[in-house]
Design a protein around this ligand. Structure first.
Ligand code: SF4
Length: 290
């Protein structure tokens, strides 16, 4: 059975069919001038949303069935903690993250004290996936379970992201890499998750920049406001809704903005918008990646 048939059978089995397939109309996009990539016609995303809203609904519902989500946080299940062992690699004091290889970068993050988030962490959360992935998904920062397990996007939001990846023909660890803007869990005075401060983002960003250089992804997907605004350097008041539907650029690569899976679990009405964003991402990948 071919990969496409296997994926189609899988999606049918869990009620997500029909599989998304780029239609002939999309060929026009392949032939479009590069500058035309920058802004996708709204009709494209609207049509995509209309076609795939049901599929997205099934993805979300299959994620949340039998697994209630804590309303205060999407990182709320109680999976058994498991530290991610990082082999010790000697990193010279003066080496910039922007000059490090993978082992050095992992070790540098594991021992980083560049911002105050180091004090409350149980584990740093470096990132997970295929080091040569064409797709890079970037979230905000670790939550409680990510901090305990040392891996990004675990718990209900992570399960939803995994289902979204499957619907896109991707898989955690296969042609997809998942990372965050900051590598340590930001919490407020009561221990609840909070967005990282601009200073914390600035301190941690070189690690993500180096990850991007090492991975060389074709398309970046910013999951949520913190990721989008941090990568694009925009005013904190900019809503995600203003950034959707366009192809932005980061490090000379296309960047698509969509909602964070944790937000989507709380706002099921926006599932069609997320699927439209992912259709835009796949169209962009088809243009740039071929
Ligand atoms: S959040 Fe980033 S910069 Fe801050 S301590 Fe953790 S790894 Fe270092």
């Amino acid at each position: 059975m071919s990969d496409m048939n296997r994926r189609s059978a899988f999606l049918d089995e869990i009620g997500l069919g029909p599989i998304w397939v780029r239609r002939e109309g999309g060929i026009e996009l392949l032939d479009a001038a590069p500058e035309a990539i920058e802004t996708m016609p709204q009709q494209v995303t609207d049509v995509a949303a209309g076609l795939q809203a049901e599929a997205m609904s099934a993805i979300v519902e299959s994620t949340i069935v039998g697994e209630p989500v804590n309303e205060s946080s999407a990182w709320s299940d109680d999976s058994a903690p498991a530290s991610v062992p990082v082999p010790h690699i000697a990193v010279p004091e003066m080496v910039s993250p922007l000059a490090m290889d993978w082992p050095q970068l992992q070790q540098a993050v594991a021992s980083c004290t560049a911002c105050g988030l180091c004090h409350g962490r149980k584990n740093t959360v470096f990132g997970v996936g295929d080091n040569k992935a064409k797709w890079l998904f970037i979230g905000e920062g670790p939550g409680r379970n990510e901090d305990m397990q040392g891996e990004p996007f675990v718990g209900p939001a992570g399960k939803l992201l995994d289902n979204i990846l499957l619907a896109m023909g991707l898989k955690r660890g296969e042609n997809a890499y998942i990372a965050n803007i900051v590598k340590c869990r930001p919490t407020d005075g009561t221990g609840r998750d909070r967005p990282p401060s601009p200073e914390e983002v600035a301190a941690c960003m070189p690690y993500l920049q180096r990850q991007i250089e090492l991975i060389q992804p074709t398309v970046l997907v910013a999951l949520g406001k913190t990721a989008a605004l941090s990568l694009l350097g925009l005013d904190p008041a900019t809503p995600v809704s203003k950034l959707r539907g366009s192809v932005h650029r980061y490090a000379d690569r296309p960047l698509i903005v969509t909602y964070h899976p944790a937000y989507l679990l709380r706002q099921l009405g926006d599932k069609g918008k997320v699927w439209a964003d992912l259709c835009l991402a796949m169209s962009t990948y088809a243009q740039v990646g071929e």
